[in-house]
Design a protein around this ligand. Structure first.
Ligand SMILES: [Zn+2]
Ligand SMILES: [Zn+2]
Length: 430
């Protein structure tokens, strides 16, 4: 796995994370380029003249356009303040302190940004736990462009923009977005980080032409706010500590907005907090003018991507299971028929199960009610054996006398036999 990711990554970075090179400069020539360092930029960026910044430990705290002439190594992190735009000029900003945030763009940064106009290569080696460590001598993972090594906290109030920068090798939090304003990441790479999330999008963000891969996180990108993408987006080959795919995770019912058309070779692995069920797919994107479903894939083998109505990219079940029986309801009642909301702890109760046979099937099947204790231990198991005509329903009541053990869960299921235990209905539990 390790080898595969590194090779894939090197390839991906080589083909598409190549910032536009402005050309070799001599010492005396002014450092001029647009913020995006893209001569053919379709946006109306102006060409700026950038002032040399020679510090190797701090960033400027007066508004202006600067370019680094040295790597910045920090113990307590550096802060991008309002009106400061920095061209990293191929350099790195690295945290060597324990548990520090390497770079912050705090609320004082109403408008600020980072860019890089070079194709400088930095080399990294992959540690056992997936973390990329700077290793200019012997590293086998080349990264093109400037790199911020360590975590970033972005809490800009108006606009934070970042072009051609790699956020690499943080073993804590990657990029944490907590902005009230707009955050734009263009032609950026987020790789070789581990921990909870390489990009934690608690606040809105827009990604254009970005690559997020080879992170070892609970989920590489966690989306719980507006999330816009466009251009060539790769969020792939990210795994968690158990080796499972965990790329883009949609939380709190959030979807991805395709703000600008996705380009060819975009590839985005998706999972969602919500679970798609039969007839209830989950929206991955909003409505689109065209079918983008080929650019998405499911991180979970039980689900797959489909193109829904209005070209909404959706997650749906691979093989919706059709069972011969449906458990319509499962209730806990007293001997006098009074229904309990919770499992009674001080007295026995009756479990009422209502079932319909919805598909043809012959033979006696087992309608089972089981009670489990706090640690999942089986406290009691009762069943009824029956061969029902298709289309009929029946209810049964199973008595659960008071036991010494606390009952935590009551579950109903239908099996073809106790030994074979093939499920014939979606189980229901209380
Ligand atoms: Zn531009
Ligand atoms: Zn520059």
């Amino acid at each position: 796995m390790k080898k595969r990711i590194s090779t894939l990554l090197a390839l991906l970075l080589a083909v598409s994370l190549v910032p536009v090179t402005v050309g070799a400069r001599t010492e005396d020539e002014p450092h001029t380029h647009k913020i995006c360092a893209d001569a053919d930029c379709p946006d109306n960026h102006e060409v700026k003249t950038w002032t040399a910044w020679d510090s190797s430990s701090a960033l400027p705290n007066e508004a202006g356009y600067y370019y680094l002439t040295n790597d910045i190594i920090t113990e307590n992190g550096v802060n991008v303040v309002d009106g400061v735009y920095i061209c990293l000029n191929g350099h790195i900003i690295q945290s060597v302190g324990k548990g520090t945030v390497t770079l912050t763009a705090t609320p004082a940064c109403d408008n600020c940004g980072l860019t890089d106009c070079t194709d400088t290569v930095h080399k990294f080696s992959e540690r056992e736990d997936g973390l990329w460590v700077l290793d200019e001598e012997n590293g086998d993972i080349p990264i093109e462009g400037a790199a911020i090594i360590g975590s970033m906290l972005i809490a800009s109030d108006i606009m934070f923009e970042m072009y051609n920068i790699n956020a690499v090798g943080d073993d804590g939090a990657g990029i944490f977005l907590y902005s009230r304003g707009k955050v734009l990441l263009e032609k950026c790479g987020i790789s070789g980080n581990n921990g909870s999330h390489a990009l934690n999008a608690i606040s809105p963000v827009e990604l254009r032409d970005c690559i997020i891969c080879a992170n070892r996180c609970d989920s590489a990108v966690r989306v719980s706010n507006e999330f816009k993408i466009g251009g060539r987006i790769t969020i792939d080959a990210n795994i968690n500590a158990d080796g499972k795919s965990c790329n883009l995770e949609l939380r709190e019912g959030r979807t991805v907005t395709i703000a600008e058309p996705l380009s060819e070779y975009s590839y985005i692995g998706v999972s969602a907090e919500a679970v798609p069920t039969i007839g209830n797919p989950i929206s991955v994107t909003g409505a689109n003018g065209e079918d983008y479903s080929a650019y998405f894939h499911s991180d979970n083998y039980n689900y797959m991507i489909v193109n829904g109505e209005n070209n909404v990219v959706q997650l749906t079940e691979v093989n919706p299971k059709t069972y011969p029986y449906t458990i319509n309801s499962l209730k806990l009642v007293s001997a006098s028929g009074e229904e309990y909301d919770e499992i009674p702890t001080d007295k026995g109760f009756i479990v009422d199960m209502d079932v319909t046979k919805v598909a043809d099937r012959s033979g006696q099947d087992y309608f089972i009610v089981a009670a489990y204790g706090e640690n999942g231990t089986l406290v009691s198991l009762n069943y009824i054996k029956a061969d029902l005509p298709t289309g009929t329903s029946f209810s049964c009541g199973v008595n659960m006398p008071k036991t010494d053990e606390l009952i935590d869960t009551v579950k109903a299921f239908v099996w073809d036999g106790l030994g074979t235990a093939t499920p014939l209905a979606q189980s229901v539990e209380i």
